[in-house]
Design a protein around this ligand. Structure first.
Ligand code: IMP
Ligand code: MG
Length: 180
């Protein structure tokens, strides 16, 4: 099949995302209400739009940091080997931490990132994922807050890419390959 030819079918509208981000932020703000400062860590690059919207709705003092783990490259399949390409800048020992991810798919990325960060002894560390594909899970990991559960489809938009394209869409769409 020629994978350069595809169309994008809208799955979650910009309006639905905004409404969900608002309720997620309320829940997260309530959970961390007693924090002195929350370290919000976005996993690059897919979470950049989500974290930007989420932190604007958080009613908490926060610090923003970023971490980059190796991704799919140009494929639609997980490599299952996760490497840290860019570490966070700040210290998290004794701190409250929120990890913000675009999608939890097989779970390898989140599992390995949380295991690595836990060795630094944060006080509390929680996970917020915009999307979850539970039917694809291969390792035992669940987000503490999930925006939307979605079926096993390759999605793009709202920060999420296919071969570095379509991150700038304001909604989430499913990729559908079309033959010539
Ligand atoms: P996991 O390690 O298999 O859970 O994969 C997590 C990462 O794979 C996510 O952070 C995304 O970057 C990427 N990913 C998973 N599913 C999709 C998708 O449908 N579209 C684009 N990227 C995806
Ligand atoms: Mg990612």
């Amino acid at each position: 099949m020629d994978h350069s030819n595809y169309v994008i079918d809208e799955m979650i509208s910009a309006k639905a995302i905004a409404a969900r981000v608002e309720t997620l932020a309320k829940d997260i703000s309530a959970y961390f209400a007693d924090t002195d400062k929350l370290v919000v860590i976005g996993l690059l690059r897919g979470s950049f739009m989500f974290i930007a919207d989420l932190v604007r709705e958080l009613d908490l003092p926060c610090e923003i940091d970023f971490l980059e783990a190796s991704s799919y490259g140009n494929s639609t399949e997980s490599s299952r080997e996760v490497r840290i390409l860019k570490d966070i800048r700040g210290e998290i020992e004794g701190r409250d931490v929120l990890l913000v991810e675009d999608i939890i798919d097989t779970g390898y990325t989140m599992k390995q990132v949380t295991e690595m960060l836990r060795t630094r002894n944060p006080k509390r560390m929680k996970i917020c994922a915009l999307l979850d594909k539970p039917s694809r899970r291969e390792v035992d990991i669940t987000a503490d807050w999930t925006g939307f559960e979605i079926p096993d489809k390759f999605v793009v938009g709202y920060g999420i890419d296919y071969a570095q394209r379509n991150r700038n869409l304001d909604h989430i769409g499913a990729v559908r390959f079309v033959g010539d």
